[in-house]
Every structure is written in C-alpha cells, then in structure tokens.
Design a protein around this ligand. Structure first.
Ligand code: ADP
Length: 159
C-alpha cells in the first residue's frame, strides 16, 4: 500500500490544500493529513477546530485520515510507517523554503522523501494567511475555503 503524509498548519484548510489532496489521492492509496499542533504564530483556529473541519470534509473518504502531532514530522511519519511527504508549490518563493525543509527531513531520516505537487493556476495566489486577513476584515471567504470554515468563523464571531 502506497502511503503518504501531507503536513501543514492548515490554519485554515483552503481549496488550494484540497486540490493538492485530491490530486495526491490518484498517486497514493492512503494519505494522512497531519496538522502541526504548535505553530510559531498564534493560530486563528485552535488545533481541535482545524482538525474537526478537515475531518468533517473528508468524513466519508477511506483514503484520508487526519491527525495532529507535536515535535518532529519525520519521527511522526516513521512511527506511522510513512516515508513520503507531500507538499505543494505555488510561487518560486515557496521553493526555497520547501527545498530547505525537504533536505532537513532527509538528513534526519534518509528513508524519507518529499514529493511536490504544483498548484493549480486557480489557487496559485491562495494561502491560509490571505484567508486569515479576509476574516479579520470580515470579508467573504466562500470562494476559498469549505463551508465548515465559514461556519466556524460565524460561530467564533458570535461568541
Ligand atoms: P505550512 O505552515 O507548513 O506552510 P500550510 O498549511 O500553509 O503549512 O501548507 C501546507 C502545504 O500546502 C505547503 O507545502 C504549502 O506550500 C501548500 N499549499 C498551501 N496553499 C497552497 C495552494 N494554494 N496551492 C498549492 N499548495 C499550497
């Protein structure tokens, strides 16, 4: 069985991430979406909310599981017997960061390889941080994220 892990902050998940997942599903039998529990900045959505939104979206999809983790990605992946990391690339600016990350991960565990999916042109300018900005300015985000994200925003705004 070909397994892969798709790690990220997913604060929140966007249609850009979902496009990468749908395309990766054609190449792998099973994908674990793995959320970093502690990200550098204060996340807008809690780890539980980020996780629940993704679980709800992929509820009936046997090819997908959703987990969160703390610590080193390569250790978490190896513990689950996964040695392929999926990442997405948008602009050239993503490349440098991803290059560094992929080499670091391989130096930590040489069985680990990273594979990269090029963004769909539709989502080339879409990032979680853009969505967070739109939320801050109370702008519509329905073109960029699944309905569960919008519902959560509404819930948070209404206390
Ligand atoms: P991180 O905090 O690790 O960058 P993100 O949740 O922001 O995590 O993104 C996870 C992965 O998905 C990264 O490899 C990122 O480049 C990729 N990604 C994010 N948005 C898009 C998009 N619109 N198109 C393609 N890949 C994307």
């Amino acid at each position: 069985m070909k397994k892969a892990i798709y790690p990220g902050s997913f604060d929140p998940i966007t249609f850009g991430h979902i496009d990468i997942i749908q395309r990766a599903k054609k190449q792998f039998d099973h994908i674990t979406i793995a959320l970093f529990k502690n990200i550098d900045k204060d996340p807008l959505f809690s780890i539980q909310d980020r996780c629940n939104i993704i679980k709800e979206y992929f509820m009936n999809d046997q090819q997908i599981s959703v987990e969160y983790f703390d610590g080193l990605l390569v250790e978490f992946a190896a513990k689950h017997d996964i040695y392929t990391i999926i990442r997405g690339l948008r602009a050239v600016s993503d490349f440098e960061y991803e290059f560094q990350l992929a080499l670091t991960n391989r130096s930590l565990n040489e069985r680990i390889d990273s594979v990269f999916f090029m963004t769909d042109l539709k989502y080339a300018f879409l990032s979680s941080s853009t969505v967070r900005q739109l939320i801050k300015f109370k702008s519509s985000i329905s073109a960029f994220v699944p309905a569960a994200v919008e519902n959560k925003v509404r819930e948070l705004l209404n206390g």
